[in-house]
Each structure stands twice: as C-alpha cells, then as structure tokens.
Design a protein around this ligand. Structure first.
Ligand SMILES: Cc1cc2nc3c(=O)[nH]c(=O)nc-3n(C[C@H](O)[C@H](O)[C@H](O)COP(=O)(O)O)c2cc1C
Length: 470
C-alpha cells in the first residue's frame, strides 16, 4: 500500500472554522466538519502513512467508524493539489563536513546572511562566520552563534586557545572562503591586500578558493575605482559572482525600482558552492585499498597524519580499564591503543593494513608482548575470538560499501559477551565517512548498544560506542 506525506512546502491557511488550500487549481475552501477533516488528515500526514493507517487513526481519534468516501475524495484532492506526495528518502548531505568560511561585510544584503548559512548547512558544510566591523550593524551575533553552533569571529585579536591568530587559523582551516555580501570597501581592501580587517585578512592569507559576491548600489558598482578593484580580483583568481536584481534602500519603499547591484541570491551562491566543492576542491579521498594506505604511511611525514598524534581519549581509557582478557586492536596505526591495552594487562593482537605502520607500532611497543599482524579488516585472515575488540578510527575510513565486510569480520571474531568499542567521527574534517550510533547498531545486528559517549578524535566530532555481543 502506498504511503503519502505532507509536501515540504504547502500553501494552506486556517481562518475561524474554514481552511483554504492554495494549490494549482486555485483557492479551495473547506468549512466546519470538512475543514476539521482536512486539518486532521494533514496533521497525521506529518509522517508517511498509508490510506488504511490514516483511516484507522481518524477512527481512533473520533472514537467510531469513519465513512470512507469523504476521506478518499479528500485524499485524491490533496494529491492532485500536490499537498500530499510520495515520501522520498532524504539523501545524506553530499558535502558533509566541508569547511567553509563565510565572510560578511557591511552591505545591506548582510541581513539575509542567515539564509545563506542555512543553505550551506543544507549542503552539509561546516560553516564558520567572520564579520567586518560594519557588518555587525546589520546582524545579530547571538542569532549567528545559535545558527552555526560556533563562535562568530569578528576581530583579528579575538584569540582563543585553539585559534591564537584567528585570521590565519581560519584561512588555513577553510576549504572555501566566501565573502557574501562584499561591500565596495571590503572589495577595495581585498584587491589591495589590505589586512587591517578580519575578512580581508582571511581572504589574503588563505590558499583556498575565494568567492566574492559584490553587493552595492548600481552607481557604486559602476564607479571606475570599484570596477578597477573587481578587475584586480578577477586577475587574482577570485571567483567574482555577478549580482542580482534588487532595490536601493535609500529610496522610499514605494518609489523603489529594480537595479542590478545587490549580491547574488543565497540560493545562487549555494549552487556555486556545490559546483566548486565538486569540481574545484573535490573532497580529498582517503585511500581505498591496502596499497594506497601503504603508500600514504610510507611517504607521508607523521606530523601530516593527524590521527597518529591522538592520545587515548579518556572515554576509551575508562572502557578499557573496566575489562580484561584477549583484545583485538583494529588498525593499530602507531600502536597507541594496543600499547595502552597491553599495559593494562590485556593479551593484545594488533592488526594493520600497512606494513610501514605496523613497523612503527612494533618499535613503539618495545618489549610489550603484543602480537602484531598485517591484516585487512574487510578481508581478514585472523582466527579465534576476542573478549574486547577496539576500533579507533577504522570504520569511518572505510568506503560505505565495505562496511558489511567489516561487520562480518567483527561477527566472526566475537563470542557471546564480546565487547566492541568503536570510536568514530560523527562529523568530519578529515574526509571520513562519519557515523551515528544508530548506524552502528544496524551494522551489528548480533550486538546491542550499551552506551554512546561523545569523545575526541582529531579531524572532527566523535563518539565512543560500546556494544555487547548477544
Ligand atoms: C544603511 C546602509 C546600507 C549600506 N549598504 C551598502 C551596500 O549594500 N554595499 C556597500 O558597498 N556599502 C554599503 N553601505 C556602506 C558600507 O557600510 C560602508 O562602506 C562600510 O565602510 C563598509 O565596511 P566593511 O566593508 O568593512 O563592512 C551601507 C551603509 C549604510 C548606512
């Protein structure tokens, strides 16, 4: 039986005992009992439901039988008017964790910046906001804080422990910098390499592509100095976004006529960002196979492999201290977990896909009795079962289509009561495939989730999920 759900955007208005639907056929008005039925049907269709489930729920609400014809007629009408539609699975945001700095300057279009932020969030981007001093006149800082869940940067001197020099830290963090809207003043600063303001300093310091959306009165935009500056930006390799039709605020509302000059609409910028993140700065790929991992480990200095510097997080340390027995450490890397576990008295087997990494771990473990094995968790040659299996940062590196093979290995190496400890990104800056606790539960049907604890792992937010084999 087919399910239907309320369309994401509907045009419906209640007035007293009547409800009016503004659909493709025009305004359709329902009164009294019909209006009540429309409202109930729409409320129930906030989630996908079949016709029979709807009728059952209407009957339960009214405490009696519901005549079928009016309901079926109404359902047919609501489908025709595109108010009820087939549910579509919501795809995961394609640009999850992509790092975008949004610089906002003091042009009046700044009032719409939250719309752009929402659009970037809908793509999955991690957005950090930097403001010029004047832009603050057009914006609410607490609202932007709440929207992004990050502090809003507003000065070169707004130092914090993790960002001691904000303009450089943001410039290095960004995969893409957008200046939207870009006032004539900010454009002049950027064109001149003037770093006296946070936004122009970030743009000047970054190696990421920069998108600049000029936004101003059409006479200002046409002025020779502004055009000269825009020419410079184009020459400097900036993406200069053409403006859109808008109005001049200086004129009385009733006298305003359309002009070109205001910044491109947020939706247009979001489309441009989608294009740039796909084609100009594509997501760096983590190695997909053993040879590529070996190449990475054998050719990259360790200080450029951020995960090799993560000490054991306290949540994982506590979980390890609570147990004992045989422990399997998957993807041991430089051996951090294996060594900590061996020091706690576990009999440890540590596996790695890269021989170079395995060598590093072996040397770090010195005399600890750890069994090191070269092994790919998705095509494993291991034997036996373990009391504890630890994965700190392997599963989220795997291409999603290899997760099932991974789960088969875990199941084969587990017995009743085996504890599985998985530390994985829930959001990412390291181009991993972040996971939610629910996804883990679905991946290991013979395990039950015991606990989920937020924890730390370089390159993004992470969770420690503890599962127990039934
Ligand atoms: C109400 C109002 C609206 C303004 N709108 C714009 C605008 O759309 N574009 C622009 O370039 N300047 C605009 N300005 C002027 C800028 O705010 C001013 O040039 C300022 O120096 C920009 O500084 P900033 O680039 O550091 O934010 C506006 C000024 C006021 C008072």
């Amino acid at each position: 039986m087919t399910e239907r759900i309320r369309a994401a955007i509907v045009k419906i208005v209640d007035h007293g005992d009547s409800t009016t639907i503004l659909g493709p056929s025009g305004a359709l008005r329902f009164d009294d009992a019909s209006a009540a039925l429309v409202r109930a049907v729409l409320e129930i269709h906030a989630r996908p439901v079949t016709r029979d489930a709807l009728v059952a729920e209407l009957a339960a609400r009214s405490g009696g039988e519901v005549p079928a014809k009016p309901v079926d007629d109404l359902l047919a009408l609501l489908e025709r008017e595109k108010i009820l539609v087939a549910p579509t699975p919501r795809p995961a945001p394609a640009f999850h964790g992509r790092r975008v700095v949004l610089g906002i300057s003091g042009a009046v279009a700044a009032v719409d910046a939250p719309v752009l932020v929402r659009g970037l969030h809908a793509l999955g981007c991690d957005v950090r906001i930097a403001l010029t001093r004047t832009s603050r006149r057009f914006l609410s800082l607490p609202a932007l804080d709440a929207l992004t869940h990050h502090r809003v940067w507003r000065s070169l001197w707004q130092r914090t422990e993790d960002a001691p020099v904000p303009h450089i830290n943001l410039a290095e963090w960004a995969e893409l910098v957008i200046v939207w809207p870009a006032s004539a003043t900010t454009i002049a600063r950027i064109a001149a390499g003037d770093c006296s303001d946070l936004v122009s300093a970030i743009v000047t310091a970054t190696r990421a592509p920069v998108v600049i959306a000029p936004s101003m009165n059409d006479a200002m935009l046409g002025a020779p100095p502004v055009q000269d500056n825009l020419d410079k930006l184009r020459t400097h390799g900036r993406y200069v976004v053409h403006g859109s039709l808008g109005v001049e605020l200086a004129h009385r509302p009733e006298d305003r006529t359309p002009m070109f000059g205001p910044a491109a609409a947020p939706s247009a910028v979001v489309e441009l960002v989608r294009h740039l993140l796909t084609h100009v700065v594509p997501r760096p790929r983590l190695p997909a196979d053993a040879a590529a991992w070996e190449r990475l480990w054998s050719t990259t200095p360790l200080d450029q492999l951020p995960w090799t510097h993560d000490p054991i997080d306290p949540a994982l340390q506590r979980a390890l201290e609570a147990r004992t027995g045989r422990l399997l450490d998957l993807g041991t890397g430089t051996g951090t977990v294996a060594i900590a576990a061996a020091q706690l008295g576990y009999r440890v087997t540590a596996t790695e896909i890269s021989a170079t990494a395995l060598g590093l771990a072996r040397r770090a473990a010195t005399t600890l009795p750890i069994l090191f094995a070269l092994d790919d968790v998705t095509a494993s040659n291991l034997d036996g079962t373990f009391d504890v299996i630890v994965d700190r940062g392997v599963l989220h590196c795997l291409p999603i289509e290899r997760r099932d093979a991974y789960a088969r290995t875990i199941a084969a190496r587990s017995a009743t009561g085996t504890t599985l400890l998985v530390v994985a990104h829930t959001g990412g800056e390291l181009a991993t495939h972040p996971l939610a606790a629910g996804e883990l539960a679905a991946l290991f049907p013979s395990f039950r989730v015991v606990s989920t604890t937020p924890t730390t792992l370089s390159g993004g937010a992470a969770i420690l999920v503890e599962l127990r084999a039934a």
